[in-house]
Design a protein around this ligand. Structure first.
Ligand SMILES: NC(=O)c1ccc[n+]([C@@H]2O[C@H](COP(=O)([O-])OP(=O)(O)OC[C@H]3O[C@@H](n4cnc5c(N)ncnc54)[C@H](O)[C@@H]3O)[C@@H](O)[C@H]2O)c1
Length: 412
């Protein structure tokens, strides 16, 4: 098996993927990280097997680097992805693929021109229960898929004094990430399992700001967005972006005209698969409640990997694409479609549910419509202020006490 020479850009999240890369015969030849803490972690782990950079311009020139894992700031992936693609370097990009609509168009155009592969690093579809749901959907016993739900519900203790790598400044993207933006973990698993892609979106805010004395200083007052899409096969999805309800969990449900499958909340990954009396397939019960098992040659490595094994599986997929010259499972069209849903759902949420059509960047007319749209609720990488609100309440902002608390924690 050919080793793949890969560089990591952003060693906070990127560092968590290093073991999987090494286990899959990836040679981590370069790391780019401006934060000393993470740079030192990389040096401890990789020693003199890698070269270390603090700026991307030198990193991208690293001789012989075939692929780059982009794990830099959330809304800043696309410009770096484009630069790699222009140099023929394969890209595995963390979410979100593009932070603006204009970047989505530019990313598609760069990927189309490039000899290199572009893939979204979306790990949640590879969690065991999500793979089981895809297998059952593909098997056909659910019938025609009509509806699916996805919840990525990831609350943190807002009084915790451990920032645990969450922020490095008060302008950091996590303070401005409108609730629809972080949606790949809720939408990708159901889109992957069913094969359906959104064509129209609407979103509602669930507004409930964090306590004014807590240790977080978010400009987002919502706890969740409830997003609904009409899809290209006439099915409907309902999902969150990143929600912070009590009782964190990731849960998914897919309904066909013959049966329904879901992972049971609070059950550590059990599946419930149910049919109507008259649609039970041979060999199944009306209600089937079971823990799926890995049926995979790499099961032992998968069980050790983060995010329910998803971190291993997504790196393996990417390396297989390069080694076997195959189409990425989450290619640039899939990736930018998810970003478009995130960005336009945010606009819908700000307008309390006005629907938006989701473009397909395969079409020139759709590209032309969006190629100049650079609106963003985040600080831009050149320091410009956000060009649109990140919250449905335009007057909401963190309290002075929250800001002081977070400043102290960042300086600690
Ligand atoms: N798929 C998952 O399960 C998962 C889990 C965690 C994070 N993520 C994603 O990973 C990305 C990174 O998140 P994070 O949690 O590591 O926090 P983060 O965004 O704060 O980390 C980004 C890192 O990149 C470095 N960096 C950014 N720009 C740089 C530049 N120009 N030059 C050098 N270094 C630079 C920063 O110093 C920082 O250490 C985000 O997109 C996030 O959404 C995904």
């Amino acid at each position: 098996m050919k080793n793949i020479k890969i560089g990591i850009f952003g060693y906070n999240r990127g560092g968590h993927l290093a073991d999987n890369i090494l286990a899959l015969n990836g040679d981590i030849v370069a790391v780019c990280e401006k934060n000393e803490k993470y740079l030192n972690l990389a040096k401890e782990k990789l020693g003199d097997t890698a070269t270390y950079y603090k700026d991307f311009d030198s990193f991208i020139e690293h001789s012989g680097m075939e692929a780059v894992l982009l794990a830099n700031y959330f809304p800043e992936h696309a410009p770096y992805a484009i630069r790699c693609l222009e140099k023929g370097i394969h890209v595995l990009s963390e979410c979100i693929p593009n932070g603006t609509m204009a970047e989505g168009v530019a990313l598609v155009e760069a990927a189309e021109k490039s000899s290199a592969k572009y893939m979204l690093l979306e790990n949640y579809p590879f969690m065991l229960f999500n793979q089981e749901m895809k297998k059952v959907c593909d098997g056909g016993s659910l019938g025609k898929i009509l509806y699916a739900e996805g919840e990525y519900n990831h609350a943190g203790n807002v009084y915790s004094e451990d920032l645990n790598g969450l922020y490095d400044s008060l302008k950091h993207w996590r303070h401005y990430v409108g609730r629809t933006y972080y949606l790949t973990h809720s939408l990708a698993p159901i889109a992957y399992a069913t094969g359906a892609l959104p064509v129209r979106v609407t979103a509602m805010p669930v507004y409930c700001p964090a306590p004014s004395d807590c240790n977080r200083a978010s400009y987002v007052g919502e706890r969740a967005a409830i997003i609904t899409t009409l899809n290209d096969d006439k099915s409907v999805f309902k999902f969150t972006g990143c929600a912070t309800f009590g009782g964190s969990d990731n849960s998914y449900r897919i309904c066909g005209d013959k049966g329904t499958i879901e992972n049971v909340r609070g059950s550590e990954g059990k599946i419930m698969l149910r049919y109507n009396d008259w649609t039970v397939p041979e060999g199944k019960e009306k209600t089937n409640y079971y823990m799926p098992e890995w049926d995979d040659k790499d099961a032992e490595l998968i069980k050790k990997a983060g995010h329910g094994g998803g971190d291993f599986c997504i790196i393996r997929e990417f390396f297989d694409c390069i080694r076997q010259d195959k189409k990425p499972v989450f290619d640039v069209y899939f990736a930018t479609r998810l970003s478009s849903v995130a960005i336009l759902a945010h606009r819908s949420l700000l307008e309390f549910g006005v629907p938006y059509d989701i473009p397909d960047f395969r079409n020139k007319a759709d590209r032309d419509k969006w190629k100049e749209d650079t609106l963003s609720p985040f600080y831009y990488s050149d320091g410009r202020e956000p060009s649109m609100p990140c919250c449905s309440n335009p007057d909401y902002k963190p309290s002075n006490q929250q800001i002081d608390n977070v400043k102290k924690l960042i300086e600690k």
